[in-house]
Design a protein around this ligand. Structure first.
Ligand code: AMP
Ligand code: GLY
Length: 460
């Protein structure tokens, strides 16, 4: 199988890293890729958002599958263009990707499908937004309707800040990929009730009908330790979740993923690709915080680190409508932890162009259970790796349990030298500690989660 991956972040590096291990994958290409991806795939300087150029590249390299990583090309319809060119695609059509592209659309689907989520109002005027804020009270949750690269959501106790964000969402006229239906040029803002409780990211592969869940992960969205600082694209992740109920995956598939996939199919816009359910485990049960229409970043780095089933076959089955009857997924025992190394100034004003050193030392000293996935990197004039984005690296490690995985991940992080960089030091810390305490109390073995009750997920 010849595969073309679209995108150039650590998520795409994780996809390429997993696809390169699949014996059925005979050629691996990526556009535009980055300095790390160039080590496992042939990279091409093609814009991920240019559907015609992506389709032309796929045809030229005789790709049997195109895997689209980021949301922007999906919402812009790149998958549709490539499919029209006759190449199977892992990734939803623009119509189905609205599940991520418009929060108001996602709410409409959830309401129709009976999926539990925060109560919300979709507002088109400042007066409506003010009324909605008053109706819910603090903490206020204010969301831009369209894609905003993780910057569209404000959660605050301050009414003035909530109002100001609502006004700025309303003032931003939807352009291009943004969420509104054709003709309606007003911005929209979604005001919703605050959800308490830990967050879980659950990914499910679907061909529009059959659903195959992956193992759950947790993301760390704030920039600094102890969940302080601004929201980011994600500063780290771990998987699986030792604290989660074993039935969580089955429950989310039955109450969230399957009804959503069925509703989109019923509307004539079947979703083929990856449904990412961002969930809050509240005191009143599981609620959907958001849907994404693609693999999450950095959760994918941690989830795929433990997937033993060859990834190419799974994604190809989804892309070609053959997921029903796909063999049970196999996972390695233990846990995986990903720590993001970010550039100085990330997320507000990341500095780029700094040399990144220590990569060879990780490979020599910590591999193969620890490895560095590249996000924003490129080659400098002398062939050296230099930073080229806000999130620069995703350092990923596996171990017999979360404690072992995070120790190895942080040992590898300590070898990286990037001037001014910062990373969180508490990724998976609490989960690892709680798992150790539970283990000590029960006198049992390693701290990783019991395997999911989902019968499709067998541990090796
Ligand atoms: P979203 O882009 O919708 O995932 O929101 C980004 C982040 O904002 C989420 O991961 C949560 O941490 C937070 N958030 C979003 N919606 C809510 C909510 N209703 N209640 C509490 N926190 C929320
Ligand atoms: N990790 C959050 C996201 O991928 O949207």
């Amino acid at each position: 199988m010849r595969i073309l991956v679209i995108g150039g972040g650590a998520r795409e590096h994780a996809l390429c890293h997993a696809l390169a291990r699949d014996p059925e994958v005979t050629a691996l290409h990526c556009a535009p890729g980055n300095a790390g991806i160039a080590g496992v795939a042939e990279v091409h300087p093609v814009d991920a958002g240019d559907g015609a150029a992506v389709a032309a590249l796929a045809t030229r390299i005789d790709a049997g599958l195109v895997v689209i990583g980021p949301e922007v090309p999906l919402v812009a319809g790149v998958a549709d263009v490539v499919r029209e060119a006759g190449v199977p695609v892992f990734g939803p059509s623009a119509a189905a990707a609205r599940l991520e592209g418009s929060k108001a659309f996602a709410k409409e689907i959830m309401a129709a499908a009976g999926v539990p989520t925060a109560r919300s109002y979709v507002c088109v005027t400042a007066e409506e937004a003010d009324d909605a804020l008053d109706a819910f009270g603090p903490p206020y949750v204010v969301k831009d309707d369209g894609l905003a690269a993780g910057k569209g959501v404000v959660v605050t106790d301050e009414l003035e800040r909530a109002r100001a964000h609502a006004r700025s969402c309303l003032a931003s006229a939807p352009a291009g990929a943004r969420g509104n239906e054709g003709g309606d040029q007003r911005g929209r803002v979604v005001i919703e009730e605050f959800l308490d409780g830990p967050e879980v990211s659950l990914f499910a592969v679907t061909d529009g009908q059959a659903v195959v869940p992956l193992q759950p992960a947790q993301d760390f969205k704030r920039a600094y330790d102890a969940d302080r600082g601004p929201n980011t694209g994600g500063m780290g992740a771990y998987s699986p979740l030792p604290w989660a109920e074993p039935k969580l995956v089955d429950e989310v598939v039955e109450t969230v993923i399957r009804p959503t996939v069925d509703e989109l199919r019923r509307r004539g816009t079947p979703f083929s690709g990856l449904v990412y359910a961002g969930l809050a485990i509240t005191s009143r049960g599981v609620r959907v915080v958001e849907f994404n229409a693609r693999f999450g970043d950095p959760e994918t780095q941690a989830v795929l680190a433990r997937l033993r089933t060859p990834l190419g076959g799974l994604l190809h089955a989804a892309a070609t409508g053959e997921l029903a009857g796909f063999p049970s997924l196999r996972w390695s025992e233990g846990a995986a932890v990903t720590v993001v190394v970010a550039a100085q100034g990330y997320p507000s004003e990341p500095r780029t162009g700094d040399p990144v050193a220590g990569l060879d030392e990780v490979a020599a000293e910590d591999g193969p259970d620890a490895y560095v996935l590249h996000a924003g990197t490129r080659r400098g004039p002398d062939g050296e790796v230099v930073s080229a984005g806000g999130r620069v690296l995703s350092v990923t490690a596996t171990g017999t349990d979360l404690t072992a995985a995070r120790e190895l991940a942080y040992r590898a992080v300590a070898r990286i030298r990037l001037d001014g960089s910062h990373h969180r030091t508490d990724i998976a810390e609490r989960a690892a500690r709680e798992a150790r305490e539970t283990r000590e109390a029960s006198g049992s073995g390693a701290d990783s989660a019991p395997d999911s009750a989902d019968s499709r997920q067998l541990a090796e």
